[in-house]
Design a protein around this ligand. Structure first.
Ligand code: RP5
Length: 185
């Protein structure tokens, strides 16, 4: 998976670990607990960029860089972000902690883990007690892509060009399936 192109514009003190962002005015923030999550989360960033949605991408950890995460989440709305995608594996509290510090919609993507194949990540992300919601997606690549598509759908509520692009995406997807026809040929 190729890295998204673009220039990073720092917003939070010393960065935990910088990947890249794609624009001066990102609408979606994509954060992940470790650089080891990047190969999967690159699918989310690539999907967002295919819709020309500007993305801020950071590695931030709820347990390894708690102060930087809290500052990033608390300032997300004032920086212009409208949706946050948070991916983590294991005892995955990244999405929940992020959601605790912002009223922006937080979309959680559980990463596949070595020990429990992501069931730990899934349950840690999805089982938020009432009051602080995290919209949780599938484990791994499917979740990364769908979280990005869901973020696009949220933004599309006030952006007709994005609504049209989403419709085209669905149409292309349907056409590709139908083009297969008989899979034996
Ligand atoms: C989580 O721990 C990360 O989100 C990652 O999925 C998992 C393992 O991290 P590393 O040990 O590979 O850095 O915090």
């Amino acid at each position: 998976m190729k890295k998204p192109t673009g220039v990073y514009h720092g917003v939070v003190g010393p960065p935990a670990l910088l990947l890249q962002s794609s624009s001066m005015n990102p609408q979606v923030g994509v954060i992940m607990g470790s650089k080891s999550d990047w190969d999967v989360m690159a699918h989310a960033v690539q999907t967002l960029e295919s819709f020309k949605v500007a993305v801020e991408v950071r590695v931030l950890s709820a347990h390894r860089t708690p102060d930087a995460l809290l500052e990033w989440a608390a300032s997300a709305e004032s920086r212009g972000l409208e949706v946050i995608i948070a991916a983590a594996g294991g005892a995955a509290h990244l999405a929940g902690v992020t959601a605790a510090k912002t009223i922006l919609p937080v979309l959680g993507v559980p990463m596949e883990s070595a020990a429990l194949k992501g069931m730990d990540s899934l349950l840690s992300t999805v089982q938020m007690p009432a009051g602080i919601p995290v919209a949780t997606f599938a484990i791994g690549r499917a979740g990364a892509v769908n979280a990005a598509l869901y973020a696009v759908a949220i933004l599309a509520g006030k952006d007709k060009a994005l609504r049209d692009a989403l419709k085209r995406y669905r149409e292309d997807q349907s056409r590709k399936v139908l083009e297969v026809g008989d899979p034996r040929s």
